[in-house]
Design a protein around this ligand. Structure first.
Ligand SMILES: Nc1ncnc2c1ncn2[C@@H]1O[C@H](COP(=O)(O)OP(=O)(O)O)[C@@H](O)[C@H]1O
Ligand SMILES: O=P(O)(O)O[C@H]1O[C@H](CO)[C@@H](O[C@H]2O[C@H](CO)[C@@H](O)[C@H](O)[C@H]2O)[C@H](O)[C@H]1O
Length: 478
């Protein structure tokens, strides 16, 4: 979605002009809107596709919309942002269009259009309309093209028609529809040019025969000018819905509340993670990280720390201590130590792990940390990155109880590493410097994440930061 693909026609421009006031008001209220707190400058259509013509009783409009937001320069800087920031974010919208909205769809209302091609129509969030959600599944089931949209599927999977849709109630960064408790369609909201790792990696894993992901059954992409077809941007993925599964975060909290150990599950999670890593390493290129690459990695971690400390003053006193973790990593690289890097999950935590009633763990949401540039998210990284994410997650779970049950976390962390070694043959704790650097990087990310999204949670990663800055792992006593 570079500049060149934005080719507004007279029709799309008029359409957007008529929607402009409604979207200005509605977009910032959406959980998935990344630009909260910054005024909206302008909208630009990237692609407009009429999935259902605007005839009675309702139409379905697919919109890829760029939202330009003037940058509020950080204090003391004159920056007008990176080129990507200046270009704005692109969002996927599915709009229902009707003359009048039935009462049951009132919560989905976006607004009434007063002028332009949609004058007199009511526009609403289409995912809440069972008729339009059903139509979307019909469209996804059948391979082919519709405007810039390309629909593909696994021919070996039976996707029945007529499954009853419902929007997933979970608070998410994207939006999902569940069909008859059989399939889940995840629709990506903020879309970036290039291959979407949350489609790419599950597809590779499924093709490798890895049973640790719900295998994509169908998906759709946007073919935009200037982008090679094999780098088309993934917009939606239909996967089996694990209706009876419970996510690792909920389960861990439940067990904690009952005073029960979670070490058996932690070990099983370690095994599941190592299996996913083995399949990803088999499916996609791996690289050896020598002195230079390790230095680059350590530098990138240090830069992220500097940026986070700038944004969150509470982090600043610990920055020098945290930096020692990255210096130690660079030093070890300098001494000739090398590591293998491969594609990884990138944002692994307990909430991304689903446990079926038979005890089988699956991993979901391979997008990586959403705030990071796509190219970075798709780069090979040491598997220690995901291990560190999980270790931090046990610490988070323990922190939900007062007083913090550090021993519970310590036991889970150890069990996870043992499980990982069961499959990979190597305990991640054999590389303490690599692990500490990644855990530090993750804790710093979490400080920034919590400061932005859940300030009440800030003490959780900050406690880990204190320990890590003292040179310890997150297991050290409080
Ligand atoms: N295949 C699935 N089966 C059952 N539940 C799922 C499945 N995929 C996702 N979910 C549920 O949907 C939630 C959001 O999914 P996720 O992929 O993490 O989306 P997001 O990127 O929007 O956070 C998960 O926390 C989980 O509860
Ligand atoms: O699941 P997302 O892709 O939206 O991940 C983001 O949000 C997570 C919180 O929902 C956040 O995870 C952090 O909090 C979890 C507990 O709620 C904890 O288990 C994780 O270990 C901790 O990192 C994640 O970092 C963020 O990217």
């Amino acid at each position: 979605m570079s500049e060149a693909v934005t080719r507004p026609t007279a029709h799309t421009t008029a359409l957007l002009t008529s929607l402009d006031p409604l979207l200005r008001e509605w977009l910032p209220r959406q959980r998935w809107f990344a630009g909260k707190g910054r005024p909206i400058g302008s909208f630009e259509p990237v692609a407009v596709t009429e999935l259902l013509p605007r005839s009675a009783p309702s139409g379905l409009l697919h919109l890829l919309l760029r939202v330009r937001q003037p940058l509020v320069p950080a204090q003391g800087t004159a920056s007008d942002g990176t080129p990507a920031e200046r270009a704005g974010d692109c969002y996927q919208l599915l709009l229902g269009v009707r003359r009048t909205l039935p009462p049951q769809l009132a919560p989905a209302l976006i607004g009434h259009v007063t002028e332009g091609p949609l004058a007199g129509q009511t526009v609403y969030e289409a995912l809440h309309d069972p008729r339009l959600a059903a139509l979307l599944l019909e469209r996804v089931r059948i391979p082919g093209r519709h405007g810039v949209l390309r629909f593909e599927r696994d021919p070996g999977v039976d996707i029945p028609s007529g499954l009853t849709p419902r929007p997933l109630a979970a608070e998410q960064s994207n939006s999902s529809l569940v069909y008859g408790d059989t399939f889940i369609l995840k629709l990506f909201r903020r879309v970036v040019p290039g291959v979407n790792p949350d489609l790419e990696l599950p597809l590779h894993l499924a093709r490798q025969g890895c049973g640790r992901v719900p295998a994509p059954a169908a998906w759709f992409l946007a073919d935009l000018a200037d982008e090679p077809a094999d780098e088309a941007c993934g917009l939606g993925v239909l996967q089996p819905y694990l209706a009876a599964a419970e996510d690792g975060w909920e389960l861990a909290l439940r067990m904690l509340a009952k005073g029960e150990a979670f070490t058996g599950e932690a070990r099983a999670l370690g095994r599941a993670t190592a299996e996913v890593h083995a399949s990803l390493a088999a499916a996609l290129p791996t690289v050896t990280l020598g002195r230079v690459q390790v230095e680059v990695m350590a530098d990138a971690m240090a830069r992220r720390l500097t940026a986070a400390a700038q944004a969150v003053p509470a982090l600043r006193p610990y920055a020098p201590g945290l930096l020692t973790a990255y210096e130690a990593l660079a030093d070890l690289g300098g001494e000739g130590q090398s590591w293998t890097a491969q594609r990884v999950h990138g944002d692994l935590h307990l909430g991304q792990c689903l446990r079926s009633p038979d005890g089988h763990w699956s991993l979901i949401d391979f997008e990586g940390e959403p705030a990071r540039p796509l190219a970075e998210r798709r780069m090979p990284q040491p598997p220690a990155r995901d291990v560190a994410g999980m270790l931090r997650s046990f610490d988070y779970a323990a922190a939900t109880r007062e007083p913090w049950t550090q021993e519970w976390a310590t036991d889970c962390r150890a069990a996870f590493c043992v499980g990982y070694a069961d499959v990979s043959g190597r305990d991640p704790r054999t590389d303490p410097v690599l692990l500490r650097a990644h855990e530090t990087d993750k804790a710093v990310y979490e400080v920034l994440y919590e400061a932005r999204h859940r300030p009440d949670w800030l003490p959780v990663p900050l406690a880990a930061v204190r320990r890590l800055a003292d040179g310890g792992s997150a297991d050290a006593a409080h």
